[in-house]
Ligand binder design. Structure first.
Ligand SMILES: Cc1cc2nc3c(=O)[nH]c(=O)nc-3n(C[C@H](O)[C@H](O)[C@H](O)COP(=O)(O)OP(=O)(O)OC[C@H]3O[C@@H](n4cnc5c(N)ncnc54)[C@H](O)[C@@H]3O)c2cc1C
Length: 310
């Protein structure tokens, strides 16, 4: 095992590790930029019984203003390899952007729908991220995982129990299953066609989403499965219908371009975002009876860092 103790930091501001740029301090902090370091810190914290929370890009997480009473592990691993038959393996901390460049360079097709998705493969696997009618689960052959009880183990796509914005990792918050690496199945493609599909995905994003530069975690709520007036309507449209566009709490506001995007306009607190989300959930419920569920994970500051409900 690496001597990782010397790299464990104390009392670190974690706001920069969430795209909302809010949150307090973590008691302990570790930056894992290689898979070896990630594996070592997971084994170490399991042995010492230190509560952990992992983030990748932090693009789908709202930290508490009170921070974390345990260790924040930032997964900055970035290994990627091409195998035979168009399989690739990548570490869970690899940025989707880097995965896209790798696919383009090697003329691999199938992942273009992920173009422009912020964050890491690990975060995308956790929430079965998707866009344009496809989900990351469609590409997954298997995932190497770690949990305190099972140590290191591998699950195939079926074992990962993927469903809409869900996976075994998200469904079992208490067991703290961490994705270490993933094997993805792609197809041989034509580089010009791949480039074209990527461009189309990106154009759709730029047209429909607020700028990447704003402090936001993308869509705050999942699209509801319940119908409204016999129709399936997105959370963003429902929010727009009932006047969300002009709502705010402190410096947390709703994007004028996409009502499902909540924005930290000027150094708001996590609790401002939380209160605004609560108000939005209420207006939709009061007008439609539909209960919106949050897609962004709001985590408690206390171990085992469970998701908070609005
Ligand atoms: C502008 C914008 C646009 C977006 N568009 C989309 C979209 O089109 N579709 C979509 O699905 N999402 C979208 N999102 C949300 C977000 O980008 C995705 O959910 C992304 O996959 C999250 O990855 P991340 O690495 O940032 O996860 P993080 O925010 O770092 O973490 C999210 C959750 O995953 C867990 N996690 C992270 N890494 C691991 C790991 N290795 N093992 C176990 N658990 C882990 C964390 O503990 C946390 O609970 C958007 C966000 C933004 C800001």
């Amino acid at each position: 095992m690496l001597n990782i103790e010397k790299n464990i930091l104390k009392n670190i501001d974690i706001s920069k590790y969430s795209s909302f740029k809010t949150g307090g301090k973590a008691d302990l902090f570790f930056y894992a930029d290689t898979t070896e370091k990630l594996k070592s810190i997971l084994s170490y914290t399991a042995q010492k019984d230190i509560p952990i929370f992992i983030v990748g890009g932090g693009t789908n997480i709202l930290f508490s203003d009170r921070g974390l009473r345990g260790m924040l592990i930032v997964n900055a691993t970035s290994e990627i390899n091409l195998l035979d038959d168009n399989y690739i393996t990548c570490s869970s901390g690899i940025k989707i952007e880097k995965l896209m460049s790798f696919c383009l360079k090697n003329s691999l097709s199938g992942a273009e729908f992920l173009t422009g998705l912020p964050g890491t493969i690990g975060g995308a696997i956790y929430g079965n991220a998707g866009a344009n009618g496809s989900e990351i689960s469609n590409l997954i052959e298997n995932v190497e995982l770690f949990s305190k009880d099972k140590d290191f183990f591998t699950l195939d796509s079926w074992g990962m129990s993927f469903s809409y914005r869900n996976s075994v990792l998200k469904a079992n918050e208490i067991s703290k299953i961490i994705a270490i690496s993933a094997k993805l199945k792609l197809k041989t493609g034509n580089i010009f066609e791949i480039k074209d599909k990527m461009k189309k995905s990106m154009v759709g994003r730029v047209k429909n989403h607020p700028s990447k530069l704003i402090k936001s975690c993308g869509c705050f709520f999942k699209n509801p499965s319940q119908l409204f007036n016999g129709e399936k309507i997105s959370a963003g449209k429902l929010l727009d219908m009932f006047g969300a566009k002009n709502m705010r709490v402190g410096n947390a506001c709703v994007s004028k371009k996409h009502c499902n995007f909540l924005i930290n306009e000027a150094n708001c607190s996590s609790s401002d975002i939380f209160e605004l989300a609560k108000k939005l959930k209420s207006i939709v419920f009061d007008n439609t009876g539909i209960v919106l569920e949050n897609e962004v994970r709001i985590i408690s500051d206390e171990p085992p860092f469970l998701s908070l409900k609005l």
